[in-house]
Structure formats: C-alpha cells, structure tokens
Design a binder for this molecule. Sequence first.
Ligand SMILES: Nc1nc2c(ncn2[C@@H]2O[C@H](COP(=O)(O)OP(=O)(O)OP(=O)(O)O)[C@@H](O)[C@H]2O)c(=O)[nH]1
Ligand SMILES: [Mg+2]
Length: 238
Amino acid sequence: MKTIQLNATVTASNRRDADALRAQMRETGSLLINVMSSPGAGKTTLLSRLIQDLRDVKIAVMEADIASDVDAKRIEELGAASIQVHTSGMCHMDAGMTAAALEALGQKLPCSQGRGTGREAGGGFCSAFDLIFLENVGNLICPAEYDTGAGINVMLLSVPEGDDKPLKYPLMFRQSDALVITKIDSLDYFDFDLGKCESRARKLHPEIKIFPVSAKTGAGMEALERWIRSSLTEWKQI
Ligand SMILES: Nc1nc2c(ncn2[C@@H]2O[C@H](COP(=O)(O)OP(=O)(O)OP(=O)(O)O)[C@@H](O)[C@H]2O)c(=O)[nH]1
Ligand SMILES: [Mg+2]
C-alpha cells in the first residue's frame, strides 16, 4: 500500500491552483470527484459499491486521512488503484495537496499504461483513469472551505446524522454539486425526514442533485450511477 505524507500548501491563492488543476484534468479527460462527509457517513462503502457496479469505468481512489491506511486497503482489495494520503493533521485537502496526490497516483501506475496526455513526459499525473475519487478527510467543515481542483464536489449525509445538518453546516451544502443521503435502509430507526432534509438543502443550493441511497442494499444506486456516467461523458466532451 502506497502512503504519502502531505502538508498544506502555502500559496497565495488556493483557488488559482485549483482552477489550474481543473484545466489540466479537463485536458486529460479524467474526472476528479471530491467526496466529503462526516466521519463514518459511508464514503468508503459507497466508493466500494461504485467500483463494483461501474466495472467498465477505470476508477482510482485517493484516500485522505489523518492516520491509518484502512480505507485505501479496502479499495485495493477490490482491485482498484488506490493511494493513502496522510494530511499531517490537517482536516482538509487543498489544491496543492490534491495535485501532489495525483502525481503519486501517476507514479504508482506507470504513465506509459495511460491512454491520455496529461504530464506523462514529466513523470507527473497521467490519465489512465476515467474517474478519480478523492475521499476527503471526514468532517463537514474544513473540506467545504478549500477548493481541491475537483470537477465535481459530492457530499454524503447519512440518515443517523439527522435531517438538520443543512441548517448547521450550510457551506458544505452550498459547495456540493450533489448530496448523497446514505444509509436509507436505516430510515425506520431514525427520525430522519427525507422531505425536510431535501428542502433545507435546496434552500441553500437550489440546483443541488439529491440521491437517497443505501450502499448496503443497493437502493437508489442506479440513479446516482447514471448521474456519474453522464457527468463523465459531459466532462470528456467539453
Ligand atoms: N446500514 C448501512 N450501513 C452503512 C451503509 N454504508 C456504510 N455503512 C456503515 O457505516 C460505517 C462507516 O462506513 P464507511 O464507509 O467506513 O464510512 P466513511 O465515511 O468512509 O468513514 P471515515 O472514512 O472514517 O470518515 C460502516 O460500519 C459501514 O458498514 C449503508 O448504506 N447502510
Ligand atoms: Mg472512509
């Protein structure tokens, strides 16, 4: 298992670095999806399910955590390319850290195996993957404040966390292109009002896509996977 240690990048403008990384990713045709949520909301479980369901799509996962490599190991066991990123105690990934992680991912899989352009010649990021997921550090605060350079931001909110989270962590809902409400198989056991949660989220971000799912039973996964596929097609076309 490859683990890399990253420190927050000190740059004048994280946004500028993020825009540059996005432009580079567009050139290569690889779509980077930033996945954010509280600890334990189901990020790794959802990604594991997506890897199994989207077998025709070349997927890699970058697992960002403060410590341990358990998530990256779970992904690797499924046969997908994966690296573990340790954030030196930081509770988020920024664009510079994400670029460094992509570079490490490119080194893990020799770029000669890639089929795109990227920066193969310089030994940097290569585009052997259609989809690259960044599992961000688990919390609903700092990851929302830092643009990673991802093409799409997805947040997860699990049923046990409660339907009031849009009221408490509004920035995360504003910054996310999609809200995946996870663990809906547990709806009977919690006072989670799906309608209330959706309308609170839409009040903050009217265009947000909302996908209630259970990675355990597979409920709702088809709609989410359709959206991911169409986002990838769109990304490659533009
Ligand atoms: N019932 C149910 N449990 C789930 C579902 N998805 C995940 N879980 C459980 O939730 C717990 C946490 O899941 P993870 O996928 O590790 O969550 P995570 O967001 O990656 O956690 P961190 O990486 O620690 O932030 C595990 O015990 C999973 O089995 C689901 O759809 N339904
Ligand atoms: Mg995880």
